[in-house]
Design a protein around this ligand. Sequence first.
Ligand code: NCD
Length: 304
Amino acid sequence: MRHLMNPLDFSVQELDRLFDLANDIENNMPKYAHACAGKKLATCFYEPSTRTRLSFEAAMLNLGGSVLGFSDANSSSAAKGESVSDTIRIISCYADICAMRHPKEGAPMVAAEKSRIPVINAGDGGHQHPTQTLTDLLTIRSLRGRLDHLTIGLCGDLKFGRTVHSLINALSRYEGMRFIFISPDELRIPDYITEMLRDKQIPYEEVIRLEEKMPELDILYMTRVQKERFFNEEDYIRLKDFYILNKKKLRKAPENMLILHPLPRVNEISVDVDDDPRAVYFKQAQYGVYVRMALILTLLNIQV
Ligand code: NCD
């Protein structure tokens, strides 16, 4: 039995197979309509979510399976003090696979140790968000045709943004990658990530101004400032509008650059960018459904 805690849990070859499957699902939806008949997905969300939880549920429903779960820790027995280890033992009696989001880093991993069903980390604190990364990789691979030899700018909250940490981890395995980290000083990328890049001799730069490196980017990955992870509100207010991508700033961007964002967006991308053909963040959300369908089939060992 396999779980998904970190994008590195799958080899590059396994990821390729998963993305091939996701593209096949995209093009042949009806073929998969009953693949998970009789199977149940539990979504255990101890932290708010729209896309991740609903896209998991949509994915399972598209596969002909059913879903159960909770979307708020206060409506589960966590409010009575139950541990995630105990909760997952119970969920193992009710469902075939579980997607779990938790504010504590490592909580889904603790659950996986006691689980009798595959557990998917749907975001643990500021740590990892592997299924968002699968979504991001599938989007880039499908719209750009490859996952290597790319310059990617990651902009915004690089300190607390778990989608950023997961994505860098995953992309660091492909050849010819170059990273540009764009953030205010207070929200810089954590040292453990730059150390990993230095160890692997992967080039990266850290800059403060968004426009500076725009002409060099193949991908621009925007993120929101992670309000819920700040210790004090004043810092959040000071930093929340540090970057606002708008039409004017995009003038310097290459014609074929892709703009991704895990969403939700707050102010960091002005709505006038939405109809620019380079803005693919809504398409990205659609890819999130296909890749989660592929992931559910893979972890449940179901071949269609
Ligand atoms: C992200 C998350 O939860 O980390 N959202 C998502 O799952 N698409 C990004 C965010 O909340 O900023």
